[in-house]
Design a protein around this ligand. Sequence first.
Ligand code: AMP
Ligand code: ZN
Length: 488
Amino acid sequence: MVISKLKIYDTLKKETLLFNPIHPGYVGMYVCGPTVYSNAHLGNCRTYISFDIMFRYLLHLGYKVRYVRNITDAGHLEGDRDEGDDKFAKKAKLEQLEPMEIVQRYTVDFHQVLAQFNTLPPSIEPTATGHIIEQIEMARKIIANGYAYENNGTIYFDVEKYAKEYPYTQLSGRNLDELLTNTRELDGQEEKKGRLDFALWIKAKPETLMRWPSPWGEGFPGWHIECSAMSSKYLGSEFDIHGGGMDLVPTHHTNEIAQNFACHQTNPAKFWVHTNMLTVNGQKMSKSLGNSFLPDELFSGSHPLLDKGYSPMTVRFFMLQAHYRSTLDFSNEALQASEKGFIRLMKATKLIDGLKVKDATTIDLEGLTASVYQALNDDFNTPVTIAQLFEGVRLINLLNDDKETINAEDKLALKKLFTEIVFEVLGLKEENVAGSEKIDGLMDVILSIRQEAKAKKDFSTSDFIRDRLKTIGFEINDGKDSTSYLTL
Ligand code: AMP
Ligand code: ZN
C-alpha cells in the first residue's frame, strides 16, 4: 500500500489536506477536457500539463490511477447560461463541414498538441455524444428527486429549490443573494422558473443539427450534465480528484456538484483541484479576447509577440516554473530564461553517468532527495522542485570538477533521483539534437549552403535542402534577416 505524505489543496474546503484515496492504493481522477471546436491554445495546454504532472506523480507514488478526461463534442453553447449558438454548429457552418467533422479535426489537433508536450494520455477519454443515454438517465433521476422540471421539451435544474437544502455557492464562495440580484434575465429564457436555473437537456430547434431522441422530444444535453454523467459512470458517485481550470469554478463545477447531490446525494470528489490561468500582459489567454497563441506559433516563433521560436520542452519547463494555482504570465524573457535553464538541467543530467566514483560521498544526497519530495508533496509544488533540482545540478557540476566526491551506491541513487523526477514526474525529455552545439554548427553550414544557392537563384537546390531536412525532422524558417530551424 502506498503511504502518502502528499497534500493537495481542495477548492471546496479551501484547505490543503493530506491526500488519502477512498480505496487504498487506487486513485480516481476526472478532469474536464476540451471543447473541440477550435485549436487548443497555450492556456488550455497549461491546464492539461498541470494535471499531467499530478497524474505522473500519483503513478510515481505507486497508485493505480484511473484518469478520466472527457471530450466535449456536443452541448456547449457560446454562453455559460444556455444562451447563444451551439459552438460546433456555428463552426461547422463557418467551415462548411459537418459538426462531427469539426469534432474530429480538433480532437486530432488536441491529441497532437498534447503529445508534443509529452503529456500522458488519460486512461479513459469519453465523449459527450457517446454518453447521451447516461445523461438522459441522470436528468430523469434529478427530475424524479424533485430538483428539475420540464418546460416545453427543455429540462431545467431548479437552483433555488436546491439552494434551500444544499450550499449551492460553496465552491465559488459567492453570495447567493447577490448572484440572484445581479444575474440578468436573458431573452427567450422566460421558460425558466428562476434566473439561475440551468438546462440539463435542451429542446432542438428545427435547424439544430446535433439532436437525439429523449423522453422529452428531440434535443441535446446541457454542458454540465455530461461531466456528472461520465464521471459517475467511470469513477463512481464518489471519487478522489476532480479538476479543471479555475474559470470552471463559478458555473460548470458549481452546477456539476449540484447535479451530483441532486442525483446521488453526494459531493462527487474528495478534492476539487483548479489550475490557474496562463496570462498575456496580465490578461487571461483566451480565444475570445484574441490574445491566444497556438503552440505551433510558439514553436516556430511566427507569432508577432515573439522574438524567436521555443521548443516544446522549453515551453513545458516554462509552465512548470509557476505553481499550478498561481497565474503564469507569458513573456519572451521568461521563455529565454527557461530555455537556458532547461539546457543546463539536461546537460547536468547527462553528466551523472560519467562521474568518477570514490570511497566516500561528500554531498548531502539524502537532504537533496528529501527536499525534492517535500516540494512535490506540498500540493505538487513544481517551482520549488525545480529549484531543488538546480541545487542538484550545482552538486553534479562540483562532482564533475572533482570538488566533491560520491561513492558508487550514491551515484546510482543520484541517477535514479534525476531520472525519476526529471523524466518520469516532470515529464521532460531530451530534445536530442535541438540546442546541441554540434548540431547547431552543422545546421549553420547547411543553412549557409542553402543561402548561397538562394542568392544564385538556384531554387531547386534550396528547396531540396529544405524538403530533405523536413523529412528527417528539421523545419526551416526563413525570417527577414536570418534563417532558423526547429526540430519537429
Ligand atoms: P475549453 O476547451 O474552453 O473548455 O477549455 C479547456 C480547459 O482549458 C478548461 O479547463 C479551461 O479552464 C482551461 N483554460 C482555458 N483558458 C486557459 C488559460 N488561459 N490558462 C489556463 N487554462 C485555461
Ligand atoms: Zn466538465
